[in-house]
Design a binder for this molecule. Sequence first.
Ligand code: AMP
Length: 441
Amino acid sequence: MTFRDLNLKKPLWNALDDLGYYTPTTIQAAGFNVMISGKDTIGIAQTGTGKTLAYLLPCLNMWEFSKEPHPQILVIVPTRELVTQVVSEVEKLTTYMNVAVCGVYGGTNMNTQAKRVLQGSDILVGTPGRILDLAKSGSLQLKQVKKVVIDEVDETLSLGFRPQLLNIFDFLPTKRQHMVFSATLSEEVSSFLDDYLIAPVRVEAARVGLPLEKIDQTCYRVPNFLSKVALLHHLIQHNDASSKILVFVSSRTLADLLFTQIESNLGDLLGVIHSNKAQNSRFETVRNFQIGTIRVLIATDLIARGIDVTDVSHVINFDIPESPENYIHRIGRTGRADKTGTAITFVTKKDESALLAIQVLMQQELVFTKLTEDVEFTDELLEFEKPKIIIPGKTSKLAQRENRGDSFHEKKAKNKKVNVRYDHKKAMQEKYGKPKKKRQK
Ligand code: AMP
C-alpha cells in the first residue's frame, strides 16, 4: 500500500512525495478512512508510529478554505515541544496549500501570542492552559472548530489538564469530530473518553513489540548514583564519536546533578533539557542535538516526549522509568525510520519491581550485560540515596501552642468567628457619648 491508495488531495500527495514518504504506517492506513468518515476516533499509538500524520492527513484532507479568520481544526497537545513539532509537520504537509497554522503555549508572553492568534489561522495547535486563556480573553474564537484532536491524551490528563480540557469544550460548538490519540488506554483515559466521545471507533498502531524489534535492549546492574555516573562515562567513551546518546533521568534536580558530574569530560558535547530551562535554551539544545553538535543529551520524560530527533543511536535509562509505558516512549526515541538502535537501562536494587512491570508490558525478558571491563563502582551514597532513619519519639512535632510566636495568636484572634450581637445603642454611645437627657421644664 502507498499514500496514492488513500483518497488524498493532490497537494498532500505532492508534499508527501517531497518528504519522501511513500508508505503509510499502520496507524495512518488504519485510521484514515475512519477519520475521513467523520466518526469520533481513538487512536492507540505511541510516538514514532507516525501518529501525527495519522490525524493531520485526514484533517487537512477535509479542510475547506474559509474567509473566516478562526480555526477549523484545533490540536491540543501536552507540551510546548510537541506544539512546535506538530506545527512544523503541518507546515511540511501544506507547502502546496494555503493553510495558516498557529502554535500557542504557556510560559511565554500571552499578548504576543494573542496578537498572532488575532491575525487568523486555519489550524491552531496548543497546550490546554494557553488555549483556554486565549479563549477566555476573547482573542481566540473557537466557534468555527469542526475537528478537535487531543494528542497524547494520557499525558495530558496525567499532567492534570482535565479541567482545562473540559473548559475548552465549553467554548467549542457541540457539533464537532474528536480524534484522540493515546499511547495507552488507562482507566482514567477511558472514563474521560466515555464521557465526551460519541460511538468512537478504535484504531491501533502496530503492536507495541513490533517497532521495537529494531532496538537492541539490555540492562546493567548498578548499585548507586555515582556508580551510574562511572558506567555512563564508560559507555560514552566506548561508543564511536558519531553516536547520539539520549540519557533519561527521573527528575530535573537529578538532570542538573548528572550534568555537573559529567560536564568536565564532555564540555560542549553535553546538553541538558528539562521543564525548568528557558524555552529558548530548550529549542537551542534540541536543535544542537539534532545537528550533532551536542552528542549526549540528558532529559526528563516529559520533555523528551516532544523531541523528534533523528538518528538517536542510544537511549540510556540512567534512572528506570516510573511507568512501563514510559519505557516504551523512551526507547522509541531510537531505532526510528528504519534505523537500528540500542537501549540500555541501569537497574538498582530498588528498581526490580519497575523492571518486572516493563517486562510484563513488553512481553519480553530483558537481558543483563555483565561488565567485563573495569568500571569503578563505589559504595558511596549521595545524601538523597541514604536511607532515612526515623528514631521513635524523635519525630519533629509541631511546636506546642504556647511556644508558637505572636503571629500565630494574632492570626488565631483574627480568624476566630464569634457571633456578636450588634448593639446600635452602645455603638452610638461609644461614638457620641451619653445622650443628654431633656431637662424637665
Ligand atoms: P510521530 O509518531 O508522529 O512522532 O512520527 C515519527 C516520525 O516518523 C516523524 O519524524 C515523522 O515525520 C515520520 N513519519 C511519519 N509518517 C511517516 C511515513 N509514512 N513514512 C516515513 N516517515 C514517517
